[in-house]
Design a protein around this ligand. Structure first.
Ligand SMILES: Cc1cc2nc3c(=O)[nH]c(=O)nc-3n(C[C@H](O)[C@H](O)[C@H](O)COP(=O)(O)OP(=O)(O)OC[C@H]3O[C@@H](n4cnc5c(N)ncnc54)[C@H](O)[C@@H]3O)c2cc1C
Ligand SMILES: NC(=O)c1ccc[n+]([C@@H]2O[C@H](COP(=O)([O-])OP(=O)(O)OC[C@H]3O[C@@H](n4cnc5c(N)ncnc54)[C@H](OP(=O)(O)O)[C@@H]3O)[C@@H](O)[C@H]2O)c1
Length: 335
């Protein structure tokens, strides 16, 4: 994997002429934020870029980069991609873009748009606000008759080569925007490609030198993956955790290799239970924001985990969660 300093490119790509990034260390601190300064949570909707391109009139971006970021023995093919939009598709961390696959569906209608969470900061991986990155898993499954079925859009994306054109729409989404408070506690609960929006959050806080966002709170990432060969963006995240231990923590939950104290698969809710007291205290702080992204299936487990913590203290978790949601401190984007 070539994620040197959190940068997915390594030496396999030739981005000559894109001298937009200065790095003083392996971690790769971007020196300036070229995009207009826009704070996320609490923003007026008019300040958030939304639906600049519709699926029926998409922007044609150019693929700059596409690389598999999991090991050969990992179940599935997950990729990091960078698309060039030349500044025409501005977005904020936590938003998604649409990708419109070519061709027609079984009814002869144009393929419909699919959404993908943006995996880069608003500045993009090159720091020039001209690119957008995605983290996409190729969908392949067997139907009832045992025939292999390939997901239309994920396979289209995963097969793109540098120089190819790709139709994108958006950006969309306001739920997963980052809190404006640079001292906030941000708890990120992700499974698999659900990591995408969190990479944007984390890089905005620790890989960039943004005049308007000097993060000095706590970001805590719990990421669930099946095997250690499926860990996503491991090098860059561990480097940030090493350099900023008071501000960034990362807990990997490797379901098919680790177990909890009772011998259960290590899902993120089981890892969270190991920090029960700490998590409970953080959840009660008014400036703690919790985001969940990835598999829908993780929601009940995380709810149960939180309910047991709150109920032990005589509090109603569902009511507390409702209040957090109202205050935009509990955001879920699962699928
Ligand atoms: C807001 C949002 C953000 C997203 N972000 C990302 C992201 O960052 N990265 C990412 O990889 N994906 C992401 N997704 C999922 C993405 O939009 C697509 O749904 C996914 O890539 C599959 O699309 P496809 O065209 O390849 O599959 P399709 O051709 O649309 O096929 C999908 C359909 O196949 C069927 N199917 C799927 N799996 C099975 C199975 N095991 N057995 C039987 N039938 C099955 C289901 O009917 C399913 O609806 C996101 C979704 C949303 C809503
Ligand atoms: N914003 C969004 O809505 C969004 C964004 C990105 C991705 N997605 C979707 O999220 C899914 C992630 O897929 P992926 O293939 O990338 O993931 P993956 O690599 O397979 O990882 C998923 C992890 O979650 C574990 N898991 C399974 N059931 C769980 C449960 N009930 N509770 C907690 N953890 C559980 C899995 O364990 P085992 O497999 O070992 O059981 C595995 O370790 C895809 O469906 C993708 O389309 C949605």
């Amino acid at each position: 994997m070539a994620f040197v300093g959190g940068f997915a490119l390594g030496s396999k790509t030739s981005f000559t002429g894109q001298n937009v990034r200065t790095r003083s260390s392996n971690v790769g601190v971007l020196k300036s934020r070229v995009a207009p300064v826009m704070m996320a949570h609490g923003l007026d909707k008019s300040q958030i870029p939304l639906n600049l391109f519709r699926p029926n009139a998409p922007y044609e971006a150019t693929v700059l980069y596409n690389n598999k970021i999991v090991g050969e023995d990992a179940p599935g093919d997950t990729r990091h991609l960078v698309f060039q939009h030349d500044g025409n598709v501005p977005y904020l961390e936590g938003q998604s873009i649409g990708v419109i696959p070519p061709g027609v569906d079984a009814k002869g209608k144009p393929q419909r748009v699919r959404l993908y969470s943006i995996a880069s900061t608003a500045l993009g991986d090159f720091g020039d606000s001209k690119t957008v990155s995605l983290c996409v898993k190729r969908l392949v499954y067997n139907d009832e008759d045992g025939n292999e079925v390939k997901g239309v859009c994920s396979n289209h994306i995963c097969d793109l080569a540098p120089g190819d054109k790709v139709k994108i729409s958006g950006p969309v989404g306001t739920a997963m925007l980052m809190p404006a408070d640079p001292d906030a506690t941000i708890i990120m609960l992700g499974t698999g490609t659900g990591i995408a929006p969190f990479r944007g959050f984390i890089r905005r806080a620790f890989a960039e030198d943004n005049p308007d966002y000097k993060f000095n709170g706590l970001m805590w990432l719990f990421l669930g993956v099946p095997t250690s060969s499926s860990l996503l963006y491991q090098e860059e995240f561990e480097e940030f955790a090493h350099k900023r231990p008071d501000n960034f923590k990362v807990d990997w939950c490797i379901s098919r290799e680790q177990t909890d104290k009772d011998g259960n698969k290590m899902y993120i809710q089981n890892r969270m239970s190991e920090y029960a007291e700490q998590i409970y205290e953080l959840f009660k702080k008014p400036n703690t924001y919790v985001y969940m992204c990835g598999l829908k299936g993780m929601e009940p487990g995380i709810d149960d985990c939180m309910a047991s913590l709150f109920e032990a203290d005589g509090l109603d978790w569902k009511e507390y969660r409702r209040q957090m949601k109202k205050e935009k401190r509990w955001e879920v984007e699962t699928y």
